[in-house]
Design a protein around this ligand. Sequence first.
Ligand code: NAP
Length: 492
Amino acid sequence: MGRDNPGVVIIGAGMTGILLAIKLQEAGITDITVLEKKESIGGTWRENTYPGVACDVPSHAYTYSFAPNPDWSSHFPAGAEIHQYFKDIIERFDVAKFIRYNEPVTACAYDDATRRWTVTTERGDYEADLLFSATGILHQPKIPGFPGRDTFTGHCFHTARWDHSVALAGKRIGIIGTGSTACQVIPELVAMPGTDVTVFQRTPQWTAYMEDRPFADWEKARFARQPWRMQLIRWLSSFVYSRGTAALAGDGVFDRLTHRLMAWNARKLLRDAVTDPALREKLTPDYQFGCKRVVITSRFYDAIQQPNAHLVTEGIERFEPSGIRTQDGTLHELDIVVLATGFDPTAFMRPMAFRGSGGLSIEQAWEKKITAYRSMFLPGFPNFFLMLGPNSPIGNQSVIEISETQTRFALQLVDEWRAGRLDRIECTPAAVARWAAMIREKVQHTVWASGCDSWYLDADGDALTWPFTWNKWVAMMAAPDFSDFVARDAGD
Ligand code: NAP
């Protein structure tokens, strides 16, 4: 044990947990335990198995920077292929040995006397000097409390809890929501034999078009021979998405022009793709492009115009035994209802009982506002790292890039702590207050605060997303400012 080889617990064996295990092992730490609540790794790629699930970040950008994959089948491969990438990674980087499966964490508590964390699972306790929460951003499904939902006699499930025992062919399927997930599912449901698909849309979405195509075998061989080609796609993707973020967050002339161009393009896409003016009207958002996360799809507009697809924009009044009744009094009779209603973006480690120094609970710490310094650190929670915390989603940027910047940042602090130059890794209350004020001030001047409801903002209109550019994030996460951490030099 000791600071040279501390005990580390990582909660969650998804993309971020695996990354941390690899990088901590590379840093010479061997006492690592990754607690995974389910029977397999993969986080979002294990949970989301709905028809059409894929990543809308190009595959060569949605890989660890240190583990390119020349064998991706296409630019936007299916979720199962991405899941397999992570399964291969844990073997290739020899971190499978750290993972303990079927161990949902129920509680974490910091002991001020021993200066260690006790992490409790249904099977027992683990001790840790350093604790990382890698539970993902969008993990806990949001299930709206529709009146009468329990009375529905058909099948009803959330997209992240897809019930594969339910046959879809020939069924009357309702789907609630038109976000990124719904727009991946709907084309698949519409294409199934004999289905009749009713889409319940509360708010239309702006979309951007990205066509997929399979890589030929010769292209894969060329990626393997010339890895710079994969790097080029990665760089281009990051550049394009970062320009998109700048257009939504920035206030320079070029940013505003880019935003106009993107908005014009989205309108043109809709105009060209949807021929019926009444349907087009229903699909046209009344808020600025990019206010909600832009849906990247090449198939949604085509699917919604198929004869077996119906767009319903009247609000949902209630569920009834045979279907959904909308506010205009119509009963939509259904066999299956799919809830593509998104996720709670503030659940983070909850529902765990989470207590820091002096028994401070996470509910107390976040009583007024869910925030974390540099999206990772909370006063009163020493040696705890919240990966992909508040303000870490950055536009449509690859979440792997975001996790990698956070991991590098965290490791710099761990190095200082191991060398005895930091007594403990804990930010000051002043640092988190300054951070929250900076976020609050900036988001007001972005497209995200221009008048729409989205998971990018909390109930008070404060940002859950990163309201600056990608470049600012990279600069911010390049190196810690040690004056923002308590007890600097106390260990000397
Ligand atoms: P979402 O973007 O939050 O969309 C949820 C949808 O459900 C919205 O259309 C919403 O309508 C609707 N909805 C929610 N509650 C409702 C209610 N009570 N009544 C009627 N409609 C309701 O969720 P998501 O589509 O699952 O996507 C979440 C995020 O996951 C995305 O923004 C993205 O970051 C990520 N994602 C990424 C990919 C990828 O390929 N990388 C794929 C899927 C998802 P309103 O708009 O009116 O609220």
